[in-house]
Write a protein that binds this ligand. Structure first.
Ligand SMILES: *Cc1c(COP(=O)(O)O)cnc(C)c1O
Length: 377
């Protein structure tokens, strides 16, 4: 094997991938420095027993750090699982539905997938849908048709493909439902705070905002454990996973380690007096505003999402003249701006600006867009 020269720090291109997505450079550097020998153990993290004291320490720290970062109350369990977001689309109904009914609010591609998969395990009601608006605005909670007997209500709180995000969680009790709220927060976890009083279960794949693919974070309220269907695989039974502290079977050790490094990085971030997720939220608001304001001020580019529910993480946009798409993408690559092509179901462009994307990356994108417009308008 030939060896690649490491790139000097701070010179990597800006990567706008929707996922797997860019990670903080400091986290990658730290992992590289510990790759062959984790803290004098003589082992790479990938080579350690998941039951040994070294990995035990890594996992315990990661759990404590994400609990701190997201202010997760004591009566919620933090589970490190596998299977990804789509895995959870089956694992949630197997654990929570009791084979009865669940309500789904359809807001875009991911909630559509969740509802379809859940149908295999329970009656998956559609309580509301924004399909008529082409997923460009969120259905008003006052119009949701929540059913009396639902075992849970599912929302995707940030629709990664469509670029639409709930700016606050609904209060189901005020809407007349006593079902627990399940949120798929895969693509905005740790970008903003979570109001746990309104949540029963949250799940997310790690590969957008937490670390590499292969790890799934599940945060579940204590009273929701222990009701799994008979057919639920033991390794996906939340109670069994919780009772075994995510070590019922071999967990994704590398993913937990990398996410743990990301959690430490997040804890160190500050914006004025704010730290951690609160600091990230301020930074994410500033990044999103910069990009949306530029797009809105231009007639060369457009974003079709209702401004009240635009995603801070995933910004789909179109060139008014789509025949210039290839030139736009080629020029972007040359300018060190990677993976801006939109999802095939939506088309156009998409800039994913997760926690690891610094404000300077968004500034670089906006100045490229301004220059492209100037030279092509
Ligand atoms: C990326 C994503 C998923 C997909 O999860 P997999 O890990 O590919 O199974 C699910 N939900 C949302 C909101 C996502 O952004």
């Amino acid at each position: 094997m030939t060896q690649q020269q490491p790139q000097p720090a701070g010179t990597r291109p800006y990567n706008f991938s929707a996922g797997p997505a860019a990670m903080p450079e400091a986290v990658l550097q730290r992992a590289a420095s510990e790759m062959l020998d984790w803290q004098g153990s003589g082992m790479s993290v990938m080579e350690m027993s998941h039951r040994g004291k070294e990995f035990g320490a890594i996992c315990t720290q990661a759990e404590a750090d994400i609990r701190t970062l997201l202010a997760v109350p004591e009566h919620f369990h933090i589970l490190f699982m596998q299977g990804g977001g789509l895995g959870e689309n089956a694992i949630v109904p197997m654990n929570l539905s009791r084979g009865t009914a669940a309500d789904f609010v359809i807001t875009g591609s991911w909630s559509i997938k969740s509802q379809k998969e859940a149908q295999r395990y329970c009656t998956a009601n559609i309580a509301a849908s924004n399909a008529g608006d082409h997923h460009t605005r969120l259905p008003d909670p006052s119009t949701w048709q929540l059913s009396k007997d639902a075992s849970y209500v599912h929302l995707c709180t940030n629709e990664t493909i469509n670029g639409i995000e709930f700016q606050q969680l609904p209060d189901l009790a005020a809407l007349g439902s006593d079902a627990p709220l399940v949120i798929d927060f895969s693509s905005h976890v740790a970008s903003r705070s979570v109001d746990w009083r309104r949540v029963g279960l949250a799940f997310g794949g790690a590969q957008k905002n937490l670390g590499p693919a292969g790890l799934t974070l599940v945060i579940v309220r204590d009273d929701l454990l222990g009701h799994a269907l008979e057919i639920c695989p033991s390794a996906f039974n939340y109670k069994i996973v919780a009772d075994n502290k995510s070590m019922y079977n071999t967990p994704p050790t590398w993913g937990i380690y990398m996410a743990g490094l990301t959690f430490q990085w997040l804890l160190q971030q500050t914006e004025g007096a704010l730290t951690g997720v609160a600091a990230m939220e301020q930074r994410n608001i500033a990044k999103a505003r910069l990009l949306y304001d530029f797009i809105d001020a231009s007639s060369f580019y457009l974003n079709k999402i209702d401004p009240g529910c635009r995603s801070r993480m995933n910004v789909p946009f179109f060139l008014a003249d789509e025949s210039r798409n290839d030139a736009f993408l080629a020029g972007a690559r040359e300018a060190g701006l990677l993976q801006l092509k939109g999802h095939k179901s939506v088309g156009g462009m998409r800039a994913s600006i997760y926690n690891a994307m610094p404000l300077e990356g968004v500034r670089a994108l906006v100045s490229y867009m301004r220059e492209f417009e100037r030279s092509h308008a």
